[in-house]
Ligand binder design. Structure first.
Ligand code: ADP
Ligand code: MG
Length: 348
């Protein structure tokens, strides 16, 4: 239904969208997830034809956005980040106005009435938009996107600024619309896309960093951190662990068992280093009390992908530079400089 290929958007020297490619099948609800400034709105504005790409292609329903913009636009209902509402119109006047703008060849009154029922604004149809709550205004924004029965809905951060009850109502509405539409929903909140979407694309600094169902993301991207509880000298244990093949990074966390030390060991991609780790520590004469693995939650995966790893983790690891100062025990030389800073540097 939607095909985006090698999309770039440059503002002067700044690249807001870098080589973004994805396809969306009919009927999918796709969550476009990324922190503020990631390039979500820019990408959505390009798909809807509001912005032109610097390079790359966008096709909707088989039509190219540059060659057949009207065919593409007639297939898309768009709710921008700032809903384009006229405050001094009533809801009905506004939706009639949008209907007339879109030049649709179906009877107007029953179509608008049907939409108002669907998004549950039929009780406020004759009220001025400026007198509506933010939740109702957002529904009116979704209603204008539905005018003309487009097959695709593109909703840019549709729940921003709503209260928790309104958020749940709008999410449920989007889920319901997803049964009959192809939907792209952007958000900077993981739980939001998890609650609504079947598939998630994570975008960071203009680039796609992950694409899949929540389960696929958790399976594919979760490197299994290993925690090992050992008795012995801290520096010696650290250097023994670092000598194991497939260790990417280690850090020490607070141990709950007096006399022992807990180290969290991050393996390089998909390497299973448990046996080797046990062997090595055993051979060096350390007593290993326990060793366990913890799969990363989707939230931890998301934070690690967008550069805010462990930023608010309860189990935040302590890093030590020597006996007294903070430092990370890092396997590779080239990682050692930025390893300690990675926890804080990119928090926004
Ligand atoms: P998101 O919607 O994910 O928060 P945007 O797509 O709005 O991000 O913006 C992506 C990046 O592009 C941001 O760094 C933003 O400041 C920049 N940007 C957006 N529009 C313009 C513009 N017209 N000129 C220059 N930079 C822009
Ligand atoms: Mg945005």
């Amino acid at each position: 239904m939607i095909e985006v290929a090698n999309l770039y958007k440059r503002y002067g020297n700044f690249v807001a969208v870098k080589d973004v490619s994805f396809k969306i099948n009919e009927g999918e609800i796709l969550g476009f997830l990324g922190p503020n400034g990631a390039g979500k709105s820019t990408t959505m504005n390009i798909i809807t034809g509001y912005l032109s790409p610097t390079s790359g292609k966008v096709g909707v329903g088989g039509f190219d956005i540059i060659e057949n913009p009207n065919e593409v636009k007639s297939r898309i209902g768009y709710l921008p980040e700032q809903p384009p509402l006229y405050m001094d119109m009533t809801v009905r006047e506004y939706l009639y106005f949008i209907f007339d703008l879109k030049k649709i060849n179906i009877p107007r009154t029953p179509h608008i009435e049907e939409i108002c029922r669907l998004v549950k604004i039929d009780d406020v149809c004759d009220r001025l938009i400026k007198n509506l709550s933010k939740g109702y205004r957002q529904r009116v924004g979704i209603a204008q996107a539905l005018v003309g029965n487009p097959a695709v809905l593109i909703l840019d951060e549709p729940t921003v600024g709503l209260d928790p009850k309104q958020i749940i109502e709008i999410r449920n509405l989007i889920k319901q619309l997803g049964k009959t539409h192809t939907v792209i929903l952007s958000s900077h909140i993981l739980s939001e896309v998890q609650a609504v979407c079947e598939r998630i694309i994570i975008i960071n600094k203009g680039e796609i960093v992950a694409d899949g169902t929540p389960e696929q993301l958790a399976d594919n991207l979760s490197h299994k951190d290993i925690t090992v509880r050992v008795i012995g000298d801290r520096e010696e244990i650290a250097s023994a662990i670092n000598a194991v093949d497939g260790v990417k990074e280690i850090s020490q966390i607070k141990s709950v068992e007096p006399g022992s030390l807990d180290f969290v060991v991050e393996p390089t991609d998909s390497a299973d280093i448990r046996a080797e780790l046990l062997n090595t520590l055993g051979k060096k004469g350390f007593q290993v009390l326990e060793l366990w693995c913890k799969n990363m939650s989707l939230e931890e995966i998301y934070l690690s992908l967008v550069g805010e790893k462990n930023s608010d983790s309860e189990n935040k690891s302590e890093c030590y530079t020597d006996q007294s100062e903070p430092k990370c025990f890092v396997k590779s030389e080239e990682n050692s400089e930025d390893a300690c800073e990675s926890d804080t540097q990119e928090e926004q």
